[in-house]
Every structure is written in C-alpha cells, then in structure tokens.
Ligand binder design. Structure first.
Ligand SMILES: [Fe+2]
Ligand SMILES: [Fe+2]
Length: 292
C-alpha cells in the first residue's frame, strides 16, 4: 500500500504543486509587522482596511459575543485599540485561512466532509481557548493564539483534499476500514501525514511558533521541542472536540480519564475538563461567526 515516497520526495511534491497556497498579502504583512515596536493601531487598521470584505468580517466579529466587548465597535481603528493586536492578528489569520479553503467542490460522493471538518476545527479552537483561559499555571499560553491554532490544527487535511485528493481518500478509507485514526492511516498508507503537510504549508508564512507547533504536533505532543503548552492544549482540545457534548457519556468519561495527566501540565483537573465540555455548546454558538 505504501507508495514508498521519502519525506524529501513528498516535500518536493508538495512544493512543486503550482498553486500551493501562499498566505494572502494582508495577513502576511500583518504577521511581519505586528510585533514591531513601531507598529501603531493606525498602521494595523489601515492594512486590514485594504480588504473590504475582511474588514467587514473583523468588525462583525469584534462586536460578537465571542469577544464580549460591552460597547459597540464602529471602526477598524477602534477594533484594533479595544481588542489589541493579538486578537486582530489571530482573527485576521483565522479568517484568511478559512477563506483560502472554504467552498470548492463538495460532491456528495466525497469521503471528506467539509462541513464536519470546519465544525470539528471550530470546536477544537473554542476548546483550546477555554483551556488557555482556565489554565492555572502561569505559562505563556495566549487564549487567542490557542483558539487560532485549534481552528487551523487540521489545515493539512484540507490542503490534501485540494491538492492530494487521492492520497487523502485512500487514508480516509483505510482509517474507516481498519478502525484506526486518520493520522495512523496516513502514516501507514502514505508515509506522510496532514501534520507534515501543515508544516510544509506554513513554512513560509511567518506565523508564531505557538500556532505552528500545535498544527505539526497535535497528534504527538511529546515530540514538540518548543511551545509544549500550546501543543498539549491543542491535543486535548482535538480529542475533546470529538466527544458528543451535552451528555456525560462513557466515551467522555474514558477520554477525560486518559487526558487528565496531560491536562495537569496546564494545571487543570478532570473536573475542569468536564466543565469545559459542558460549556462547549454555548461557546460554539458565540464563535459561529468565524465559519459563517
Ligand atoms: Fe489532526
Ligand atoms: Fe483534529
């Protein structure tokens, strides 16, 4: 079954695909300037305002319950000042990447279900953000970066759907037929995974390590050499986001028991994970504008 590609050959294959997406200009520029001391709110606002549709979405989100700002925000400048650079950066990145991959053919025979994909992605983002908010240890784990990383954690899969469709379908079928995870199936059948693809894709995007590392290591958090907390948060959120919420099911109990030692790294207990699971439906509602 394995096509015996070396990782280098696969990497070349990915890189030589003519239209491998590059991050659009505004997001690229924002990633470059956001941490410079000379960057002002005006500069950020005028950069984002170059894209009318992006600006409108940023304003809608800035006023949404997800960010909970009590007064209404009417201008991009206000949005940047009130929400801060970090939120604007992660919001623009999330919206931009979502726009890059949304739509396209979703014929009913496809093995890959885009609606499920984005629902799972948003759920993972929302749970990562709640983990970051709730954590009790003073590690660097920014809730907005955690959200963005969670939202984008499986972006490699959607790149595969568009550029390596047959490979993805083979892996999905193998996973279904053998009762293994898609990640295991990719390793067994393809010799590379959606995490490798995410690493190649984002290699030139100038993203913060706290966002890139979870994309690459969310299935193998112990492999991450840096940003361990961001990776563990994404790993836990990925697993919790696959659990049916609203009922204290046996599956949820088992998953939480398994995840408890990992949650401990963040200073969180099994009780905290239960609380988060119970809050997911309401938080998903507040975050739904991201994928609408
Ligand atoms: Fe994944
Ligand atoms: Fe996932």
């Amino acid at each position: 079954m394995n096509q015996n590609y070396t990782i280098e050959e696969l990497q070349d294959r990915i890189k030589t695909i003519a239209n491998l997406p590059t991050l659009p200009h505004i997001a690229t520029r924002l990633m470059q300037i956001v941490n410079l001391p000379s960057t002002s709110a005006d500069v950020v606002a005028s950069l984002v305002s170059q894209d009318v549709s992006l600006s409108a979405k940023v304003l809608r989100l800035a006023n949404s319950a997800f960010y909970g700002v009590p007064k209404s925000i009417n201008t991009l400048n206000n949005a940047v000042v009130i929400l801060g650079f970090k939120i604007i950066q992660t919001m623009v990145l999330s919206l931009t990447v979502f726009d890059m991959f949304v739509g396209g053919d979703d014929d009913s025979g496809a093995v890959f279900d885009r609606n499920n994909f984005w629902d799972h992605s948003l759920r993972c983002g929302v749970i990562s953000r709640m983990l970051a908010h709730k954590r009790r240890r003073n590690f660097a784990l920014d809730p907005e970066e955690a959200f963005c990383a969670g939202l984008l954690h499986d972006v490699g899969k959607i790149v595969m759907e568009q550029y390596l469709n047959q490979d993805l379908n083979r892996a999905l079928r193998h996973a279904g037929a053998n009762g293994v995870s898609v990640f295991e199936a990719e390793k067994n059948v393809l010799g590379y995974t959606h995490c490798d693809v995410a690493s190649w894709l984002t290699g030139s995007w100038s993203l913060p390590d706290e966002i890139v590392q979870p994309l690459v290591y969310h299935h193998e958090p112990e492999e991450a050499a840096i940003c361990a907390d961001s990776v563990v948060a994404c790993h836990i959120a990925d697993i919790l986001s696959k659990i049916e919420t609203g009922a204290e099911s046996e599956a949820a109990g088992q998953a939480i028991e398994t995840l408890a030692p990992k949650a401990d790294v963040l200073g969180l207990s099994a009780k905290d994970l239960w609380e988060i699971l119970n809050e997911v439906p309401a938080e998903m509602e507040r975050a739904s504008l991201f994928i609408r």
